[in-house]
Every structure is written in C-alpha cells, then in structure tokens.
Design a protein around this ligand. Sequence first.
Ligand code: ADP
Ligand code: MG
Length: 358
Amino acid sequence: MTNSSLNISIKNVTKTYDQFHALKDISLEINSGEFMTLLGPSGSGKTTLLMVLAGFTNPDYGSVKFGEEEVILKPPHLRGIGMVFQNYALFPHMSVEQNVGYPQKLRGVSVTETKRSVEEALETVKLAGLGHRGVDELSGGQRQRVALARAIVFKPKILLMDEPLSALDKKLREEMQIELRQLHDTLNMTTVYVTHDQKEALTMSDRITVINDGELMQLGTPNEIYEYPSNNFIADFIGESSLLPVIVRNGVVHFDGAEIKLSTSPKTDGEFFLVVRPEKVFITIENSDDVNKFEGVLLDSIFQGESQLLVVKLKSMSEDEVVLRVRVPNGSVTQAVLPSAGQQLIIGLRVADSYLVS
Ligand code: ADP
Ligand code: MG
C-alpha cells in the first residue's frame, strides 16, 4: 500500500476566540512525505492549528495549501485527509469494520472495494481478523489502531493525528511511537502529528514545530531543537536542563564572577542563560582549557534505574540558589565512585557543549 503525498504550505494563519489569540500569524512549510510534529504545552494552540488543516476550524486570516491547491474554503470531507482524533471518536454502536469502512461509505465507494480496503487497513494496523468485534470489546491500544485504520483506509495523501497515544500507558505508547513512524515510512503520507510530549516528538519526527501561546517558537530537526534551542522556553521544555543566569560584557560570558568559555563568543552583551543538560556535565578533577568548571555541593543522589541523578548546588555569591543536575549512566566508571550527599565536588561542562539562550 503506497500513497503519493503532498506538501502543505501554511501562511499567516491567525485565529482568535473573542479577544483571545489562539494562533498568532503562523507560517510554515511541511514537505511532501515528511513527519512533522506540532509540539507545545497544553493550551498552546496545537489542536487549533491541526483543525485549521483539517477544515473543522476556520481561521480569521491566512492560507493553507495542499500541494498547489488552496484549501481554506474547502469543507473537511473534500480535503482528502485522514484524521485521528485525540479521543479516537469511534462510533460505539458500530463494529470495527463498520468504523473503518465509514469513510469509504461516505465517499460512495462500492461494497466490494470497501471490504477489500477495510481488510487491507486492518492488516496494516495489525488487527486482521477482528473486523466483526464491537468497539467496546477492544483494549485502548486496539481502539487506537481502529482509529488509525479508519484514517488510512482510503489512502490519504495527508494524515493528521492529534495526540493519538496520550491515553495509552507508557510501555505501549513507546512501542506505538516506533510502529506509527514505521507505518508513516511504509505508507509515504505527509503526516502532521500533535503531541505535548517532547520525548515522543524527538523520537518520531523528521522535524518539529514548537508552539507556545499560539506562536511558532522554533522549527527544526529533533537534533537542532534539542542541541540549539532558540530561547529559554524551548531549552526548558525540550529535554531536561538547568538554566544558569549569565551576563555577557564585551563579548565575555560571566557566571557568578567567573568566566565561561564558549566555542564562539556571543555577538551581543546582556543577560542570558547557559543551557546545561544533565547528560553533558560530569564530575571532574582535571584542569583543562576545554572544560568550564563549577564548584558545588552534592544535595541529593537519586537512583533512577538506567542512571543516577545527582543534584548539585553551585557555589554562588548571589542570594539565588543555582542547582545543576548531573546524570551518571548506570554501569559507568563514575557510578562506582560517586560522592555522597554533603560532599564538595567540581562539575565540568565542555566548552563545545556550552550554549547560551536568551
Ligand atoms: P492545545 O491543543 O495545544 O492544548 P488548543 O488548540 O486546544 O490547545 O487551544 C488553544 C487555546 O485556544 C486554549 O487556550 C483554548 O482554551 C482556546 N480554545 C480552543 N478552542 C476554543 C473555542 N472553541 N472557544 C474558545 N477558546 C478556545
Ligand atoms: Mg489539543
């Protein structure tokens, strides 16, 4: 089952509810065949944007093109999209195959072709043989698969999904992330996927659009978003990080009086944050020009299975307490000789890993 896909071009999309700006002048290009994730906290406008693409919400202003075609005035059922809603929106009184075949029925597809495409879709989502079941006889994970089968039954060029895994438990969710991504690669659709879960976004996406308060904050590959967040909101929201307040004067970075070295010196003076990821810092005793060092005291050491998390309070002249987190992989050399709470230690961060945000 292979589909041809379409690129999506979103320009200046704006949506207000009374005085409230749910979407503020959103523009972005989604490539044909791309897995694009809209990521943001609850209430940031992700569903609103997805519903604008689907045609269920009319923006006040803006343009949405699928390929060359402007679709902003087209009703949802004429847009040729597959859609998986957050709550699945299955018809409870219908069987699995009736649910999956419903879009075909709406489109006036013949009974024989509907039966064939339903079987194919159920096989694709690994539900072959369950067509006669009632929806209420299925587990949460199976219902999610029915919703997916219904979305892909007519081989749409564009698939939209709104937090499709949020109701599943962690283990199943993580398995389904891999499976959905593989399905995307097999079916070759353009996929727009909504989640508030940053790890899920990093795992599944070709590129991620970060949205906050109805505003597009950053668009990039998972690697770009994680390694080079464009501001402190994203640095904090994606992955774990400690944000150390620093001051830049004449291109030199200072934290608590001491100089912090960067691989490229900052272009503007002012107040910034040094982004410190727990996996990028380490306990050190050596002196090296390639490493920025911070003195601190160990507050807490927490066993988390695959790693040990150290909570370190930095020595600081200011009133505000600055805390760094250090992740030590389980089984590493460092783990065997960890300091205990109350002990002094020196934390290293490579100059190459030292990155500032505003
Ligand atoms: P998300 O999916 O990122 O959690 P939504 O797109 O659902 O966010 O909502 C964004 C904001 O718009 C929220 O503050 C929400 O309360 C508001 N909103 C969404 N739909 C409506 C509506 N029909 N009427 C009024 N406000 C709405
Ligand atoms: Mg939502």
